[in-house]
Design a protein around this ligand. Sequence first.
Ligand code: ATP
Ligand code: MG
Length: 179
Amino acid sequence: MIEATESDSPLRLFFALGCPADLAGRLCHWRDSLGIEGRPVPAANLHLTLAFLGAQPARRLTALTQLGERLDAQGFALQLDRFGMLGEDVACLFAEQIPEALLRLHRQLREGLEELGITLDPRPFRPHLTLLRQAAPIDDSHAPAFAWDVRQFGLYLSQNSAEGVRYQPLANWALTRAR
Ligand code: ATP
Ligand code: MG
């Protein structure tokens, strides 16, 4: 799943839920209809970060994919139904009800990463999907409930270029069907 990397130069990595294309299209359409000032996140970049690893040596990829592979986590339904700010200038969608399975998935990743010597940001996990950066402040509000049937998660490589940031999926794993 991962292309062989010759060098061991650090890679900027994160585990995330990649937003399915049809949902991403609807989210962008809704966001654009609001006419909020800011830098819109392209549809292809919409995601929900589970664990941000920062710069990691490429040789860690094997252990990281083994971690993704061995997690036994369940799929879940996520309702993105709140719209508000994260920090001063990031406009995001949030879930009023955070599914227990999402918290479990985050916790399993956090624990597995700790075993590899990777410590995550100590701040509490605050699941969000960023829609605009450098956004004009907006009041916290209801959003039309965007339903996301979460069936997989992945490991992503964040790359910056003149065209902006791009996230390359390195590996994807299925979540088991909710019982
Ligand atoms: P850019 O920083 O180039 O504007 P970006 O923030 O989308 O773009 P990255 O900084 O590589 O790209 O971050 C990748 C993902 O990880 C994003 O969802 C970002 O919000 C999240 N992230 C970045 N830094 C942290 C952090 N310290 N703690 C938690 N999540 C983070
Ligand atoms: Mg960033």
